[in-house]
Design a protein around this ligand. Structure first.
Ligand SMILES: Cc1ncc(COP(=O)(O)O)c(C=O)c1O
Length: 469
């Protein structure tokens, strides 16, 4: 059934949807059961002093906002009321960003020590990337891949040159790049390796994080990512991370690929033993497997190299990038590969309406150029080493280990520390935004534009927090 906008707000359907979706909202006006912005009003907040003139707070006024609440509280309440609760953010509401700095709706300034999980390596609202985006916005934003556009070929050439890849396939989110490479290596296995149809196996690592789609959570070892979402796609085998002997043991004649992160970011900035990535390369060569590195978080300068694989002097058969390819502006991800892996696709076998659109390409081209021209990769190496060594110098009863590479740093807390969350909240109070990864790790991953004196500023705040009771 095709449902038009008008039909959505019509009585019959509205009632139907209200019954099915509006479990907790007693306002069955619209398809989704909540108050609808159909009358064109805009939601703004009531200032703390209650003197609101510009705002028509949710015109239906079923649930007027409490005028005594701060802006932060009002916005959090709205988010909690209307949004799915699939995240547990820190209770800070950001309004503005520039470089490594963020400002919340109360005007308080913070240093961003997460960089949106590396999506904003170039720093917030980078003026050159912004300019490129504006210029492209004035010309053309999307053609779909039904037609060609003048940005895509240049993006292809530049990203392949910068990463020494033969071929590229652009998508939007990181998870889509992962899904894309899974399709590619399966097909490569059937056509090149002659694996029997539908029997292809892909080996992955324990505690992996590759995104949130069904295929991906299906091979996660993290129960909370999977629970309640089955059934899952078959064809994946999980082995311990950092254990090349386990990889060799897990290979069967049907194995087509090993998918792994060069450093496990979400698992808590887990750095594998020295030489692991090189051993993986050798094993993949020996057994004719596609080696896939997920560099969606580690790539594009984060670890002090354009790609983390460069630390080990290897090239994967397929490398995935995303996040910072956006410059923090517009989602762009990509599979980079040799000729064989992406060479399996023929027209109609894979695609994305938005993948490779000219706006995305213009943004990504400038995002890459900024990394190189502003020496952000070298800066990540130098400042990362300084930051990590100074963190290691902090005499704290709570810290078990400081680990990482470049500006991807994890401070691992002892079990007795009471979890990383309370430390992140204390850092937030002092003007530093960090996020816990897993229970016990505080991740420090600021934009790569950070300077030494800014790291010193951060350390002055981190030290007392790591020393608190
Ligand atoms: C290593 C890795 N792969 C894949 C993803 C998924 O990317 P996205 O959230 O853009 O789908 C992430 C996100 O954190 C990641 O860290």
């Amino acid at each position: 059934m095709k449902v038009t906008e008008q039909a959505f707000t019509g009585r019959g359907l509205a009632h139907f949807f209200a019954l099915s979706r509006a479990k907790n909202v007693p306002v069955p006006f619209t398809a989704r059961g909540g108050q609808s912005p159909v009358n064109g009003y805009e939601t703004e907040l009531i200032p703390h002093n209650g003197n609101n003139t510009t705002f028509s707070p949710l015109a239906h006024k079923k649930k007027p906002m409490d005028q005594t609440l701060s802006k932060t509280r009002q916005l959090i309440d709205l988010e909690e009321q209307y949004g799915a609760h699939n995240y547990k953010p820190l209770d800070v509401v950001i309004q503005r960003g520039e470089g490594i700095w963020l400002w919340d709706v109360e005007g308080k300034k913070y240093m961003d020590c997460l960089a949106s999980y590396s999506a904003v390596n170039q720093g917030h609202c980078h003026p050159k990337i912004k300019q490129a985006m504006i210029e492209q916005l004035d010309k053309l934003t999307i053609t779909s891949r039904a037609f060609r556009n003048d940005q895509l070929p240049l993006f292809y050439k530049e990203i392949c040159e910068i990463t020494q890849s033969h071929k590229v396939l652009p998508m939007n989110s990181g998870a889509e790049a992962v899904e894309t490479v899974i399709k590619a290596v399966r097909k490569w296995g059937y056509t090149e390796k002659k694996v029997p149809r539908d029997r292809a196996e892909i080996i992955v690592a324990e505690n992996n994080f590759h995104g949130r789609t069904l295929a991906i959570v299906g091979f996660s070892s993290e129960q909370s990512y999977r629970e309640g979402f089955g059934p899952f796609a078959p064809g994946f085998k999980i082995i311990p991370y950092g254990d090349s002997a386990a990889l060799e043991r897990a290979i069967t004649p049907n194995t087509v690929a090993f998918l792994v992160e060069p450093i496990q970011g979400e698992a808590g900035v887990v750095v594998p033993p020295a030489g692991y990535i090189r051993e993986v390369r050798e094993i993949c060569n020996r057994h004719n497997l596609a080696m896939i590195l997920d560099e969606i978080q580690t790539g594009l300068g984060r670890t002090g190299k354009m790609l983390a694989e460069e630390h080990d002097g290897v090239q994967a058969d397929a490398t995935l990038v995303g996040k910072a390819l956006s410059g923090g502006f517009y989602p762009v991800s990509a599979v980079l590969s040799n000729n064989e892996i992406l060479g399996v696709f023929f027209p109609g076998e894979h695609g994305s309406t938005f993948g490779g659109n000219p706006l995305a390409c213009a943004v990504a081209r400038t995002a890459m150029r900024v990394l190189v021209e502003e020496n952000l990769i070298e800066n990540a190496a130098v400042q990362g080493e300084y930051f990590m060594s100074k963190l290691r110098d902090i005499d704290s009863p709570h810290v078990a280990e400081v680990r990482g590479k470049g500006l991807l740093i994890g401070v691992v807390l002892k079990d007795s520390a009471g979890g990383a969350r309370r430390f992140c909240e204390a850092l937030m109070d002092r003007g530093l935004l960090c996020k816990e990864t897993h229970e016990n790790v505080i991740r420090f991953a600021p934009p790569l534009v950070i300077k030494r004196e800014e790291i010193d500023w951060a350390l002055e705040r981190i030290r007392p927090v790591l020393q608190m009771d």
